[in-house]
Design a protein around this ligand. Structure first.
Ligand code: IPD
Ligand code: CA
Length: 286
């Protein structure tokens, strides 16, 4: 099967959706076996190397590189003239109107390095600068979150829907602090959590994978995610793109942290069940 960029039909999109799920699973199994080689389901014995990127909290492993290589190669076999954006590209090109695969080879690399189980392979397809399909696969839990625009969001075969939470007092909010360690950035992050706590939010958690956080909102496990509060470049397009489609299809709403309209190229995000949006925006901006 070869799918060309100029005229992608609905039938092609369904094929690409299935392809993205197969590839995410394959890459997920690869990174799992590289991190947990002694596990009975693993077949990898390669040594994992860990390097730093922008600072000592921003990590990349040989598994990130191997996973991105696998995903790019498998997608390129079917879509030779699509564009690709990946976190491990060095200097990824900006998004444009062309069909573009957006890949995070491992979202939650810090968890991965430490052996925590919240990490995932994320693959999205953008057409006309709009993410139209997304898959997020966690190989530890075998959870495949996925969505094709207009056809609902799924966890494995189950249809997803956001929670019916109506008030911050009943909300479980996920917040991510990323790699921000400047004094001003830390103040902003602490301040937003403090404001949520002062409003009596039920819980604030940090799980370490922004993409899975958004999928948990889609699944009704959490009621909101707040990301990129401190620094312009904290969250990037590969952190959002796949999970955005999933959360949107499950009924989530989105804003930037200053209450403006959200796009997958935005630098921050609030993703939540609709009834708590205004309360969260007002609380964070107060
Ligand atoms: C990171 C995770 C984390 C978020 C960071 C992201 P990575 O992605 O999503 O939860 O706080 O901002 O960069 O680096 O593990 O792919
Ligand atoms: Ca990553």
């Amino acid at each position: 099967m070869l799918i060309g960029a100029p005229d992608i039909k609905d039938a092609d999109l369904f094929q690409l959706y299935q392809l993205a799920k197969r590839v995410a699973k394959k890459a997920g199994n690869l990174i799992f076996s590289l991190r947990f080689p002694a596990h009975p389901s693993s077949n990898g014995h390669a040594k994992l190397t860990i390097d730093q990127k922008s600072n000592s909290t921003d990590l990349v492993t040989t598994a990130d590189i191997a996973s991105q290589r696998l995903v790019f190669s498998a997608l390129r076999d079917v879509c030779p003239d699509f564009r690709f954006i990946g976190e491990e590209d060095g200097a990824p090109a900006p998004l444009d109107e062309n069909p573009t695969w957006i890949v995070d080879a491992i979202d939650g690399t810090t968890n991965y390095v430490h052996g925590l189980h919240d990490f995932a392979v994320c693959i999205a397809l953008s057409i006309g600068k709009k993410a139209v399909l997304g898959v997020v696969y966690n190989p530890c839990s075998h959870e495949m979150f996925s969505a094709l625009q207009g056809y609902g969001a799924f966890l494995n075969d189950d249809l997803l829907c956001v929670s019916e939470c109506k008030h911050l007092r009943q909300a479980l909010v996920l917040s991510e602090w990323g790699y921000e360690r400047s004094t001003q950035g830390i103040k902003l992050m602490l301040q937003s959590n403090e404001r949520l706590l002062m409003k009596g939010v039920r819980a604030v958690r940090q799980l370490g994978s922004g993409a899975l956080d958004m999928c948990y909102v889609a699944a009704g496990r959490a009621d909101a995610v707040i990301g990129g509060i401190a620094e312009k470049d904290t969250w990037q397009i590969w952190d959002y793109a796949a999970a955005f489609v999933i959360a949107e299809e499950a009924g989530a709403v989105f804003r930037t942290v200053d209450g403006g309209p959200f796009h997958i190229e935005s630098e921050s995000l609030i993703c939540c069940t609709p009834a708590v949006l205004q309360e969260i925006v007002d609380t964070i901006r107060q």
